[in-house]
Ligand binder design. Structure first.
Ligand SMILES: *Cc1c(COP(=O)(O)O)cnc(C)c1O
Length: 450
């Protein structure tokens, strides 16, 4: 057998980490996937409980989606999307408009999440400029937000390790302290909360609305912040105040869309409709790079006119409207309907939560368990009574991740937050394996380092 690992390290610069980590933990070369399982070239198998970076909805190598690709590829794989179109893109657009919140009637295609955020930011700015509000140049984002890593998207992120070094290159974003339900400043809990923390956003909008194009948020769950889940009441208030002050609301549903939170879209928990909705990841079932920005008729109409008016949205991505990606997304949505995925997710999510809670009673290191739909997160702390954090350099999460890998589970935590975001096809037995293996790994770690 060729030495794939050696060659990988010779040629490839992997994302999201220090390449030196690979000296100890070699890249795992995956050869095959089936359902929630991934198989490496040595025959080891791993349960992909993070859905390969939160993208996979219906399992790896899903038979129906594979068939849809095979069918599409013999017709047309890709065609230029300026002045040309294709059947899957048209059908998908109609479908997306019908399942997303009201008023989202226009579909703009791109090929990854960060680009979708860039598009929403640019459209919002351009819209206001055309309406004569040339003062509006800034965006508002929440503390701990994550919206992607191209420069515009990075500008609205608030994850120090990703954007600190690039600060000199970034837009001047207004940062507002967002919800933090585990360490609530107002001493409410999830039951008693009325999104008191919205005050900070209200203050910001009252003061700066003349300068603000849009507020961008990850609805319901701040993923990269460590699956921080917050109240839909916050979103309701945000919609109300954005309307009141003529500010757009951009919902970044890239991680939470397509059933992840127990609703088709996270905005549905609050019954709100944003001005722009960015979707990617689950859109193409974890198969292909694809993203979409949906927006309203009013925004679209503002760009409609003659070239000399400078109204067109001159933005393009080569792979926009990719026919294969759209065929996949269509089949994905068909399966959602025919197999009642949302309903089944709610039940599976409840089971994951229940089993996780049962496991955590006696550990002093399990601080918070938070859960919504098919997301359950476990925050590891030094001491659950003080909620004190471990020093970052100890990399407690990473150490547990390495232990779990040996047991056949891919956890890949965020800092010291472990989480389950499995493909929706996970069954009861696999759920038990996932939860048990995770807690065995936690126990092993703290047994070793007591
Ligand atoms: C993943 C993600 C992005 C960025 O998507 P990419 O395809 O990685 O560029 C943006 N926002 C959220 C909420 C995400 O989870």
């Amino acid at each position: 057998m060729k030495d794939y690992v050696k060659k990988d390290l010779k040629y490839i610069w992997h994302p999201c980490g220090q390449m030196k980590d690979y000296e100890e933990l070699k890249p795992i070369v995956i050869e095959k996937g089936e359902g929630v399982w991934l198989y490496d070239i040595h025959g080891n198998k791993y349960l992909d409980c993070i859905s390969s970076w939160w993208t996979n909805t219906l399992g790896h190598s899903n038979k129906r989606i594979n068939e849809a690709i095979k069918k599409q590829i013999d017709n047309i794989e890709h065609v230029i999307f300026a002045n040309f179109s294709n059947k899957p893109a048209i059908e998908l657009s109609e479908k997306l408009v019908s399942i997303t919140p009201e008023k989202l009637t226009k579909v703009f295609f791109s090929d990854n999440g960060s680009s979708a955020v860039e598009i929403a930011l640019k459209m919002s700015f351009h819209y206001h400029a055309q309406k004569g509000n040339s003062k509006k140049k800034r965006f508002v984002a929440l503390s701990d937000a994550y919206h992607g890593e191209t420069l515009g998207a990075l500008s609205v992120c608030d994850i120090d390790q990703f954007n600190m070094i690039y600060k000199p290159l970034l837009l001047d974003t207004i940062r507002v302290k967002g919800p933090d339900c585990y360490r609530c400043e107002y001493n409410f809990n999830r039951e008693t909360c009325n999104a008191e923390c919205f005050k900070a956003m209200e203050k910001c909008l009252v003061k700066n609305h003349e300068d603000i194009c849009a507020v961008v948020v990850e609805p319901m769950v701040q993923g990269a912040a460590g699956m921080k889940i917050y109240s839909p009441i916050y979103l309701g208030k945000l919609r109300e105040f954005c309307d009141k002050y003529g500010v757009h609301l951009i919902a970044d549903e890239i991680a939470v869309g397509f059933g992840r939170t127990g609703e088709m879209f996270a905005c549905n928990h609050a019954g709100i409709s944003p001005d722009f909705m960015c979707i990617s990841k689950g859109l193409s079932a974890g198969y292909m790079p694809m993203s979409v920005v949906l927006t309203r008729e009013e925004v679209y109409n503002c760009f409609y006119g003659d070239y000399k008016e400078g109204k067109a949205f001159l933005h393009s991505h080569t792979y926009a409207g990719n026919a294969l990606g759209c065929a996949i997304a269509l089949e994905n949505l068909k399966i959602f309907e025919e197999e009642n995925i949302i309903e089944s997710n709610r039940k599976k999510g409840e089971l994951i939560k229940k089993l996780t809670l049962e496991k955590t009673k006696h550990s002093k290191h399990i601080g918070d368990i938070r859960s919504i739909g098919m997301i359950t997160a476990i925050e590891i702390v030094k001491d659950k009574f003080s909620k004190e954090l471990y020093d970052g350099h100890m990399r407690v999460g990473y150490e547990i991740y390495k232990i779990a890998l040996k047991k056949g589970l891919i956890l890949r935590p965020i800092g010291n937050v472990l989480y389950f975001i499995p493909p929706y096809v996970i069954n009861e037995e696999e759920i038990k394996f996932m939860v048990n293996t995770c807690f065995d790994s936690i126990e092993e770690y703290f047994g070793q380092y007591k």
